[in-house]
Design a protein around this ligand. Structure first.
Ligand code: SAH
Length: 355
């Protein structure tokens, strides 16, 4: 097992293991509480820790979060998008989706992505590395810190940012357990959603974890031929293998699976494809999320009428369906778009964002 090197990725017993020679065990619990319960942004504010210990933490870890904010953009609808430079190299995106009763943060799990889905901006810039659990968790703590400043509280976490969460399985699971920790944010697993492009063996592994996390599966097509054309992972795990793994997940956890379906005009938006999708999913404990594609290359978004017609076919087949409300399109909140712009050397702050 890899050793986690960021403080935000360590459990209290591990923090204690690092400091044990010099401080009593309750200090590790205090530090964990400051980081994960209070979402403290600096060692300085950890007021009940001896000054010496705070200095030692700074020497060992630099800062509580291994992230540095490069750009923040706020969309007309309140969606906030952050571009972070990581202490260990690379840039990632994190998005806050504020609603009246829900504050959802969308986090990244890798720098770049190796899955190479044809419609995804992240895949276009290739894969650099896995994030550590600390880097994953710190994105949530950063947003929680910012929300609590306004008297609000984070309610949901979705692993739908850059990267394929199940390809970075160990760190992702560690971060889920950190978010879940009773002395930390104490975020219920049912408030956490992991999205995958379909790594079937990892879905089965996740089913064995005894965690009640929600699973979202990026389907985007209802036949192997169409799916393989836009998602190379389908050549490794066919629709049959994927759905069998999903059934196993449902059998083990009794959780309803969300299937994501990005509608691309002239490609997967015809009523016949909706019929086929209905046949594929009928009888399964699931929900379909229709997402009008965010054009990255040549993709075109279908008209609202065509999207509604697609949804009606699914409804008639008895498959629960919703059409995703678009958020933050004016700040390029879709997966990987802001980072891509920044990598291409364009001024990321130019589009009316507040930094
Ligand atoms: N790798 C994971 C999670 C990251 S992407 C996964 O594949 O599920 C989160 C979701 O956004 C996925 O459903 C992905 O397919 C979708 N997505 C990526 N690019 C998109 C685009 N241009 N338009 C609409 N949805 C997109």
């Amino acid at each position: 097992m890899r050793i986690e090197r960021h403080l935000a990725g360590l459990f209290p017993e591990e923090i204690n293991g690092i400091l044990a020679d010099s401080v009593p065990a309750f200090r590790a619990r205090q530090i964990f509480g400051w980081l994960h319960h209070h979402a403290a942004a600096s060692f300085h504010e950890m007021a009940n820790l001896p000054k010496e210990l705070r200095r030692r933490l700074e020497d060992l870890f630099g800062q509580p979060w291994p992230l540095n904010l490069v750009t923040k953009r706020v969309a007309g609808d309140g969606t906030e998008k952050y571009l972070f430079a990581l202490d260990s190299g690379g840039t990632i995106e994190t998005v806050l989706l504020p609603e009246e009763k829900r504050q959802t943060v969308c986090i990244s799990t890798q720098v770049g992505c190796a899955m190479n889905c044809s419609f995804c901006a992240t895949g276009k810039s290739g894969f650099q590395r896995d994030l550590t659990a600390g880097e994953i968790t710190a994105q949530v703590l950063f947003v929680q810190n910012r929300l609590q400043g306004e008297g609000k509280q984070l309610t949901n976490v979705v692993y739908m940012g850059m990267g394929e969460p199940l390809a970075n399985y160990e760190a992702v699971l560690r971060s889920v357990r950190l978010l879940n920790h009773p002395q930390g944010l104490n975020l219920g697993a049912r408030r956490i959603t992991i999205s995958t492009c379909g790594l079937a063996p990892r879905i089965r592994q996740l089913a064995e974890e005894d965690l009640q996390v929600n699973l979202a599966v990026s389907l985007h097509a209802a036949t192997d031929q169409a799916r393989s054309a836009i998602m190379p992972i389908n050549k490794a795990y066919s629709l049959n293998e994927l759905l069998a793994a999903c059934d196993y997940y449902t059998a083990k956890t009794n959780r309803r699976i969300s299937y994501e379906y990005a509608l691309i005009s002239e490609f997967n938006d015809a009523p016949e494809q909706a019929e086929r999708l209905g046949e594929l999913l009928r009888g399964r404990l699931c929900h379909v999320n229709l997402i009008p594609v965010n054009p990255v290359d040549q993709e075109v978004r279908p008209s609202p009428q065509r999207i509604a017609a697609f949804a009606r076919v699914l409804e008639r087949a008895g498959v629960p369906v919703s059409i995703r409300k678009e958020r933050g399109t004016d700040i390029e909140a879709a997966c990987g778009q802001l980072r891509r712009r920044s990598l291409e050397g364009q001024d990321v702050a130019e589009h009316g964002g507040q930094v």
